[in-house]
Design a protein around this ligand. Sequence first.
Ligand SMILES: Nc1ncnc2c1ncn2[C@@H]1O[C@H](COP(=O)(O)OP(=O)(O)O)[C@@H](O)[C@H]1O
Ligand SMILES: [Mg+2]
Length: 499
Amino acid sequence: MTVAIEMGHTTAGAPGALDLEELLATRLLVQGNSGSGKSHLLRRLLEQSAPWVQQTIIDPEGDFVSLGERFGHLVIDAEEHTERGLQSAGERARIHRVSTVLNLEGLDAENQMRRAAAFLGGLFEVARDHWYPMLVVVDEAQLFAPAVAGEVSDEARKLSLGAMTNLMCRGRKRGLAGIIATQRLAKLAKNVAAEASNFLMGRTFLDIDMARAADLLGMERRQAEAFRDLERGQFMALGPALSRRPLGLRIGPTDTSPRNGTPRLMPLPEAALEDARAIILAAPPPEIVRPQRRSSPDLLDQLMAAKSAALEIRPEPVEPPISAEDLAERRERVDRVLRAVLAQPDAGFRVIGVLYQEFVVRCRIEGLASVVPDLPEFRRMLTRARAGLGSDMAGDDAWQDVSVRASLLPEDMQGVFMMIARAAKEGWPCPSDAAIARAYGSHSLRRARRLLTYIEEQGLIVCQLDGTGRRTVTLVELAWATAPGDPNAAEAEQGRLAV
Ligand SMILES: Nc1ncnc2c1ncn2[C@@H]1O[C@H](COP(=O)(O)OP(=O)(O)O)[C@@H](O)[C@H]1O
Ligand SMILES: [Mg+2]
């Protein structure tokens, strides 16, 4: 028996069908920018297949909980369970063949990864007797199988990536059919994407994603340009469960709807705020600091506690609201502190944690304790500063674009990319290997060259050498190019590029 799920209509008007049995064997990857209609597509697929096959949805936003009311999926709020609990829940869902929605909303990235991994682990580890076929849908899969390290711990990333790899690479024998959706193909781990044989490609803007999609589909990159013009709800389908040739598909309606729809435009309140500046930019309410309670303090501990508590609970002076000028002035001073920290000879070679500590201390000395940026913000400032940018550049549109591209690279490479981008924007000579190494926090020229090659392979830059061995770097798409520069120049000659 073959079961054909109707997904919608082809552009020619014929029914667009998905072969469910084939899908179980060959998995599916859906990609399209935010708003292209991926979640809607997944919902259509889930609704149409619900009578035929057990399913589970890894749901980072709580979009799919409404399936429970109509189709009887058990909604599991991950927030309320431990990893161990979720692992057994995964096993039991298979043993009792119950469809589930794992709602991960409200958790931070680290816990979303850990808990999804635990639940997927349960599905995967269940004893052989229970290997019935099952659809495992993962929306926003790049959250669980990111291509590069992010802010989460290595352990969480390893757990989650491992679970996703198991699902996509080794799940088939166990009856698990992975169906994953992502808004950014370039942000999804390659090995996870590569295991799907069926594709539904929706509207895609960034070249780097289009190039990835073309590679996966075995298309010319030029053909993939067509993904730019797709409308919401329109996808190109390809694969054994869909079509042997690329086929335009318009996804049909769904019976249920997401709980959180697209934000609707609302008229603004009619009454104008008396003084918007004073209200919006008023000082934040003071944080409440509680003295720490200890279980069995000895006398010395008690004395210490009393002393530090006395220091801590001193009421914060109530500051008048900070004016915009004051704020700008403080930012400028924080920038100056950062430049001073980076001006030290070996600053380029220190790990970020050490730099941050020193930065915080210096800010305090300058009386800027109340406006010290947190570590993620410090990282961003550092990236900008190493590229030779002040915080003023943050508002420049073209630079926003550069930052988006930079974010495709591992974090430690972003500063180098920004430095090169700056040189290209200004038409300065291409930074030397020594300058690149320094911005990367390394002494190794060979590593600097490997780094350039890597960034070039990611499709962000093109490097060219002229007849005299001087190097030019051009930014892909923006077409900014550096002036030719000597790769072997000593760094001092390019002093204005170095921080
Ligand atoms: N084929 C479609 N038919 C009707 N509405 C759609 C269709 N695809 C998407 N939508 C609507 O468009 C909006 C965005 O779709 P969504 O699936 O949430 O996008 P994505 O998950 O790719 O960000 C939603 O309000 C959804 O209901
Ligand atoms: Mg979505």
